[in-house]
Write a protein that binds this ligand. Structure first.
Ligand code: 3H9
Length: 698
C-alpha cells in the first residue's frame, strides 16, 4: 500500500483502490484534490490495473469542498474540483465510487462524476450547499437531474437535506446499495465491470425529458421565490437546474459555475458560512482541552415545575434522559406534569409523536416533593423564582442532598452565579445552564462559567448540550450574561426612539423588515412586561440612578402585561397572537412625552435600525473586551439561536463588520454627543481600538 498523506493507494488484483484519508471529513481541499489526481494517474499508468475504486473508507466518503478554503485563493487552484471530476469522467479505466457515511456537496458531485456508484444503505447523500448560501458548483446541478430526474434533484438541491442511500435504490444515482462492507462490495462490482459484464456510463451523457421538466420548473420558480425571500441561493438553484434542461451539458456547467461564483460573493453566503464556522467554534474552549474526561450524566434532576422547569424537563426527556422533577407543593407539581402531558398530547395529535413515544417520554419523568429522591442524580438544574434568597435555600438543600461529583446548575437568567456557588461547599461543581423559553424548543443554551467552575464540569455540560440538541455558548458571570445584557441596551435604545417620536409599530416594523423574527415591543408583549419591569427594579435597587420611570411601567400598572393579559404595547383578541396597534397606547406615550416636554420628531426606519442594532453591537464589544464572551462569533451564535436575529445577516457582530466598524463608531459618537445622551452610547474601547487598527471583529 502506498501513502500520499491525504489519500492511500492499494492494489487488489486488477483493481486499484484509492482511499481518501483526510480527517475529520475528507473535505476536498487542494491537497486531497491533488492526491486523487496523482493516484488516478498512477492507476492509469499501471498496465496491471483495469478498474479503480474511489472511496473514503467505511466511515465517511466526503463532506464536500473544503469550506475553509473558500476565502482563500487555494479554492481556485488547480486541480479544482471540476478538474478532478473531469479526470475521473475521462478516465479510460472505469472508476467506481464506494460510498459509506456522509457523502455531501462536492463529495457527492465527485461520486456523480464516477462511472458507477456503490453505497452502503445507511450512507447519507445530499447537496447541502444551499445552506451555505451557494449551489452545488462542481456539476451537481447538471448531473443530479440526469441521474435522479428533475423533481427529485430540485428537492435535493433546494432543500439541502440529505437522505439515506437506501432511499435512492433503483435510481441511476446508485448502481448498488449494500448492507455490509461497501469496499468489498465495490471491489466485487469493479471486478464484474472488468469482466465486461457492465458498460461504463457517464452522467453527462444521459438525456433529460425536457417537455416534462418545464411545468415542474415553473412551479418550483414560484414556490421557491415565495419561501426564500432573504436568500438568493434557492432561486438560483432552480435556474441552474433549468440550464440542465435547456442547455448542452458543458454550457450548463459553465453557467452553474458563473452562478456559484456570484453567490459566493453575496453577503448572505458570507453570513451563512460564518454561522457554520461560528457554531463549531463555540463548542471549543481554549483552556478546556478536547480530551478532558467527562462526568457521566445518566439521570437529571429539575427543581421547579413552572414554565422553565417543565421545558427543561422535556428537553432531557426528548433525548431519552430520565428526569426527577421536584416541586414544593403537590398542586404545582400536578399542574407542571399536566402541562407537559398536554404538550406531548398536542405533538401526538399533530402526528409528531406516536402513542409509544408519548408513553415513553412520560415514563421517564419521576415527579416528587422530596429532595431525598435527588440523592443519586448526576446533574440538577434549578429553575425556581429569580430571587437570591430562594436560590440560597435551594442550593443549600442540594449541597446537603446530592452525591459527590454531581453537577449543580442554575437556570438563572440574571443573578450572580458566583454568589449562588458560594451557598454550597462545592463551588467547583456549580455552573449556570441558562435555557431560553420554551426550553424544549429554543436551540440556545448559555453555559455560565463561574470563577470556580471546574473544567470537567464545563466540558461535561458542553457535551451534554449536544445530547439534548442545543447550541451552547459559554458566558462569564455578569448581569444578563451575553444575550440578556445586550438585549437590555437594545430595549433602552428602542424606548428612547419611542420617546423621541417613533411608534412601537414603526420600530417593530423596521426591525422586522431588517429580518428580526420580532421587534422589541412585540417581544416584550410575548415575554410579559412584568418581567422587564422586575429586572429594572432589581437593577434600581443596586443602582438608584437607573430608576427612571418609563412608559412600560405605566402599562404594567394599568395591567397591560402583554399577550397573557390580552394587552400590552398592542392589544390581542382572545385566542389569537396578532399584535393589533392600540390608540390608547399612543395616547399614553403622547402624554408621557408631553409631561417631559419632548416634541416628537420624524424618525426614519434606517435610524431605528442603526440605533437598535448598534446598541447591541456596542454592548457586545464590551462583553468581548471583558472576556464574558470568548469570541465575537460566540455572540453571533447567541443572537442567531436565541433571539431571532436574521441568519442572512450572520449575527450582530458580523453585521457590524459588514457595515464597517468605522461607520458604526462614527454613528455611536454622534448618538453619544446628543444633549442628555446616555453614557452607554460612547463607543466601547475595543471598537475604537479595532477601528484604529483597521480591523474587524471576525
Ligand atoms: C461544496 O461542496 C461546494 C461544491 O459544491 C463546489 C466547490 C467548487 N469543509 O459538523 P462537525 C469540519 S460546499 C471543511 O462538527 P459532525 C468542521 O468544521 C460544502 N471543514 O461534525 C469540524 O471541524 P472542527 C458542502 C468541514 O459529525 C469537523 O469537520 N458540504 C467541512 O456533527 C467536524 O464537523 C457541506 O456543507 C467542510 N466541508 O457532522 C457539509 N465539513 O472540528 C458540511 C465539516 O475543526 N458538513 N468540516 O470544528 C456537515 O454537514 C457536517 O460537518 C458533517 C459531520 C455531517 C459532515
Amino acid at each position: 500500500m502506498s501513502e500520499n498523506r491525504v489519500a492511500e493507494y492499494e492494489q487488489l488484483g486488477p483493481i486499484a483502490v484509492i482511499t481518501m484519508s483526510h480527517p475529520p471529513v475528507n473535505s476536498l481541499g487542494h491537497g486531497l484534490r491533488s492526491a486523487i489526481v496523482a493516484l488516478i494517474d498512477q492507476a492509469l499508468a499501471d498496465p496491471q490495473i483495469s478498474a479503480i475504486v474511489l472511496t473514503g473508507g467505511e466511515k465517511i466518503f466526503s463532506a464536500g469542498a473544503d469550506i475553509r478554503e473558500f476565502d482563500a485563493q487555494k479554492q481556485a487552484s488547480a486541480p479544482t474540483l471540476h478538474d478532478v471530476i473531469e479526470v475521473i469522467e475521462a478516465s479510460g479505466k472505469p472508476i467506481v465510487a464506494a460510498i459509506a457515511g456522509a457523502c455531501l456537496g462536492g463529495g457527492l458531485e465527485l461520486a456523480m462524476g464516477c462511472h458507477f456508484r456503490v453505497a452502503r444503505s445507511d450512507a447519507s447523500l445530499g447537496l447541502p450547499e444551499v445552506k451555505l448560501g451557494l449551489l452545488p458548483g462542481a456539476g451537481g446541478t447538471q448531473r443530479a437531474p440526469r441521474l435522479l430526474g428533475i423533481e427529485r434533484a430540485l428537492n435535493m438541491i433546494v432543500s439541502g437535506e440529505p437522505e439515506r442511500a437506501r432511499q435512492f435504490a433503483g435510481t441511476a444515482l446508485l448502481d448498488e446499495v449494500v448492507d455490509g462492507s461497501v469496499l468489498d462490495a465495490a471491489v466485487a462490482f469493479a471486478c464484474e465491470v472488468v469482466k465486461g459484464q457492465l458498460v461504463p456510463k457517464r452522467a453527462r451523457d444521459i438525456k433529460i425529458d425536457a417537455p416534462r421538466a418545464e411545468p415542474l420548473l415553473q412551479f418550483a420558480r414560484t414556490a421557491v421565490a415565495a419561501a426564500s425571500r432573504s436568500f438568493p441561493a434557492p432561486t438560483q438553484c432552480v435556474e441552474a437546474v433549468a440550464h440542465a434542461v435547456g442547455k448542452r451539458f458543458d454550457e450548463g456547467l459553465r453557467l452553474e459555475r458563473e452562478i456559484f461564483m456570484g453567490l459566493m460573493a453575496t453577503p448572505e453566503s458570507n453570513a451563512l458560512r460564518h454561522i457554520f464556522a461560528a457554531e463549531r467554534a463555540a463548542s471549543k474552549l481554549q483552556d478546556v482541552p478536547a480530551d478532558t474526561p467527562l462526568r457521566d450524566i445518566r439521570r437529571v434532576g429539575v427543581i421547579g415545575a413552572g414554565t422553565m422547569g417543565g421545558g427543561i424537563t422535556m428537553a432531557f426527556v426528548d433525548a431519552g434522559v430520565p428526569v426527577v422533577l421536584l416541586e414544593t407543593r403537590q398542586e404545582a407539581l400536578d399542574r407542571g406534569i399536566e402541562i407537559i402531558r398536554g404538550n406531548y398530547a398536542a405533538s401526538m395529535k399533530k402526528g409528531k409523536l406516536s402513542q409509544t413515544q408519548f408513553d415513553e417520554r412520560l415514563s421517564l419523568i419521576e415527579p416528587t416533593l422530596d429532595y431525598a429522591c435527588l440523592a443519586d442524580v448526576d446533574l440538577v438544574i434549578e429553575a425556581v423564582f429569580e430571587e437570591m434568597n430562594v436560590k440560597r435555600a435551594v442550593f443549600g438543600r442540594l449541597d446537603e442532598t446530592l452525591k459527590s461529583g454531581a453537577i449543580l446548575a442554575s437556570n438563572t437568567s440574571a443573578l450572580d452565579l458566583n454568589e449562588i456557588a458560594s451557598f454550597t461547599k462545592r463551588p467547583q461543581d456549580v455552573i449556570g445552564l441558562h435555557f431560553f423559553s420554551p426550553a424544549n424548543v429554543m436551540r440556545l443554551l448559555e453555559i455560565v462559567r463561574g470563577t470556580e467552575t471546574a473544567p470537567d464540569v464545563l466540558a461535561t455540560c458542553m457535551h451534554l448540550s449536544k445530547r439534548i440538541r442545543k447550541t451552547a455558548v459559554v458566558a462569564g458571570v455578569c448581569e444578563g450574561f451575553i444575550g440578556n445584557r445586550m438585549i437590555a441596551r437594545y430595549a433602552e435604545a428602542s424606548n428612547l426612539l419611542m420617546m423621541q417620536g417613533a411608534s412601537p409599530q414603526q420600530i417593530d416594523g423596521a426591525l422586522q423588515r431588517f429580518g428580526l423574527a420580532m421587534g422589541p415591543f412585540r417581544m416584550s408583549d410575548l415575554a410579559g412586561l412584568d418581567i422587564s419591569t422586575a429586572a429594572r427594579k432589581r437593577k434600581a435597587a443596586v443602582d438608584p440612578a437607573s430608576q427612571e420611570r418609563i412608559v412600560a411601567d405605566v402599562l404594567c400598572e394599568a395591567g397591560r402585561l402583554g399577550q397573557k393579559t390580552g394587552s400590552g404595547w398592542y392589544r390581542y383578541e382572545a385566542g389569537k397572537r396578532d399584535a393589533i396597534p392600540d390608540p390608547s397606547v399612543d395616547a399614553i406615550i403622547e402624554q408621557f412625552r408631553g409631561a417631559r416636554g419632548i416634541a416628537a420628531r420624524k424618525i426614519s426606519d434606517q435610524e431605528v435600525i442603526e440605533r437598535c442594532i448598534y446598541a447591541l453591537v456596542n454592548e457586545g464589544a464590551r462583553i468581548l473586551e471583558e472576556g464574558i464572551a470568548a469570541r465575537a462569533s460566540d455572540i453571533d451564535v447567541v443572537y442567531l439561536s436565541g433571539y431571532g436575529f436574521p441568519r442572512h445577516r450572520g449575527g450582530p457582530m458580523l453585521y457590524a463588520d459588514t457595515v464597517g466598524l468605522a461607520n458604526v463608531v462614527r454613528a455611536l459618537k454622534r448618538f453619544a454627543a446628543e444633549p442628555g445622551a446616555q453614557s452607554w452610547w460612547e463607543p466601547a474601547p475595543l471598537l475604537v481600538k479595532l477601528v484604529e487598527a483597521g480591523r474587524s471583529f471576525n
